[in-house]
Design a protein around this ligand. Structure first.
Ligand code: AMP
Ligand code: GLY
Length: 425
């Protein structure tokens, strides 16, 4: 069968890598892809948000299965569009993807269906939003309603910061209409974990747990990023906690969607804060996490294609999903300046030296093949991912591989996985 993966990050390289291993797949395309996907797929010069172009391509090439990585095309209705044209596509439709596309919808959904989350106020009026901040005080978290490329959440330590954040979002419209409304919520304290699950709208099956590292610098310092590294499994998610999250979050999510008359098929990602009061949902995403998908795909033993097919056909079954017992760790190598402004076009050296390392995959994100060399082409450039008998071994192996790679301005966190080790002691 012919498969098309949409997106260009480390997540899509990892997905493509896994899909390409399926004996069912005869041809793989990636749109737009990167220098890593080019090694296992044919890259197609269509952007992830070019819905009409992608539809035309899929119809012309008679694509049997399309797999969508990022949230933007999902929220824009790519699944609806492909289905209307008789194409098979993996992911939630636009009405379902609102769980990520609107933080107001998501918060109201959680409250209505009893899903544990932070206390919050929802505002469409700047003056009322400010009055709420004055009344509640800091620390407090301000979230733009709509999609803002991961920049719409501001964790504020002071009232002044929170007032400035609502001014930026609702007043100056920094994110356009995404800032017409805001969610202002209690600042939660605890350890974060990513709980990503497959659902066909009836069954919901959690994937292996994982943890992201959002802040740019070691020790969770500095501004938020798309994610500087991840590992799986996350020992903070004990078996008991996973069971609790399954019962209190995932199952009510799926049942709630059905009650709302929304057919939710694809991936549901719950960003969880493990607090003293138990697990609380920080956010829902309608897609796989990046970088979490990189260690997760390394650990997925089963062929992924029958799983994706079963979800589309509403026949998801946990016998389809088997995990490698080993741990996997992904260290993101970022361009100088990221998450602020960064350069592109710098040559990446040493990639071939990592090929000899067993159990190591260097997933590409912002990279471009320029024929004789591979150059940087984005903020997060590579995801160096390693399997190991324990988190500790996987960390060591990932950093060994990192040592072999160089590009101008390259920076990365040196403490990926450290939190997991604390739990293992
Ligand atoms: P979100 O996109 O909602 O997950 O927010 C991005 C990041 O902001 C999360 O991963 C957390 O690190 C942080 N965050 C979001 N909501 C809260 C909250 N209520 N309390 C503390 N941190 C939060
Ligand atoms: N790694 C966080 C996300 O994918 O949203």
């Amino acid at each position: 069968m012919k498969v098309l993966v949409i997106g260009s990050g480390g997540r899509e390289h990892a997905l493509g890598w896994k899909i390409a291993q399926s004996p069912k797949v005869t041809k793989l395309y990636c749109a737009p892809g990167n220098a890593g996907t080019a090694e296992l797929a044919e890259n197609v010069a269509l952007k992830a948000d070019d819905l009409k172009g992608l539809l035309q391509f899929a119809l012309t090439k008679k694509i049997d299965l399309t797999v969508v990585g990022p949230e933007v095309p999902l929220c824009a209705g790519i699944v609806d569009l492909f289905e209307q044209n008789g194409l098979r596509i993996f992911g939630p439709r636009a009405a379902a993807a609102r769980i990520e596309g609107s933080k107001v919808f998501s918060k109201e959904f959680m409250i209505k269906h009893g899903i544990p989350t932070a206390q919050a106020g929802i505002f469409a009026d700047l003056t009322k939003a400010k009055a709420y901040i004055e009344a509640v005080g800091a620390p407090i978290v301000v979230k733009a309603d709509g999609l803002a490329a991961g920049k719409g959440v501001v964790v504020c330590q002071t009232k002044a910061e929170a007032l400035a954040a609502v001014d930026q979002i609702m007043g100056a419209k920094e994110f356009g209409a995404a800032g017409d409304k805001v969610v202002i919520e209690e600042c939660l304290v605890g350890e974060e974990a990513s709980i990503i699950a497959f659902t066909d709208g009836r069954s919901v099956i959690p994937l292996a747990s994982s943890q992201d590292h959002k802040r740019v610098f070691d020790g969770d310092q500095g501004p938020n990023t798309g994610g500087m590294g991840a590992y799986s499994p996350a020992p903070v998610v004990t078996e008991r906690l996973m069971e609790q999250i399954n019962l209190d979050v995932l199952k009510p999510f799926v049942n709630g969607m059905r009650q709302e008359g929304i057919d939710y098929k694809g991936v549901i990602y719950a960003g969880i804060m493990v607090t003293k009061k138990g697990p609380l949902v920080l956010e829902f995403n309608a897609r796989l996490g990046d970088p979490e998908t990189q260690p997760i795909m390394m650990r997925l033993k089963s062929d992924i294609v029958p799983i994706l097919q079963a979800i589309i056909d509403e026949k998801l079954d946990d016998r389809l999903i088997e995990w490698d017992e080993r741990a996997a760790v992904c260290v993101v190598l970022a361009a100088g300046g990221y998450p602020g402004n960064y350069a592109k076009g710098d040559e990446i050296k040493g990639l071939e030296r990592t090929d000899q390392l067993e159990g190591v995959m260097v997933f590409h994100a912002g990279t471009k093949d320029e024929g004789r060399k591979i150059v940087t082409n984005g903020g997060r450039v590579l995801g160096v991912t390693a399997l190991g008998g324990s988190i500790k071994y996987a960390i060591d192996k990932a950093y060994q591989a990192v040592e072999l790679i160089k590009f101008k301005g390259m920076h990365y966190r040196r403490d990926i996985g450290k939190k997991a080790l604390k739990h293992e002691k």
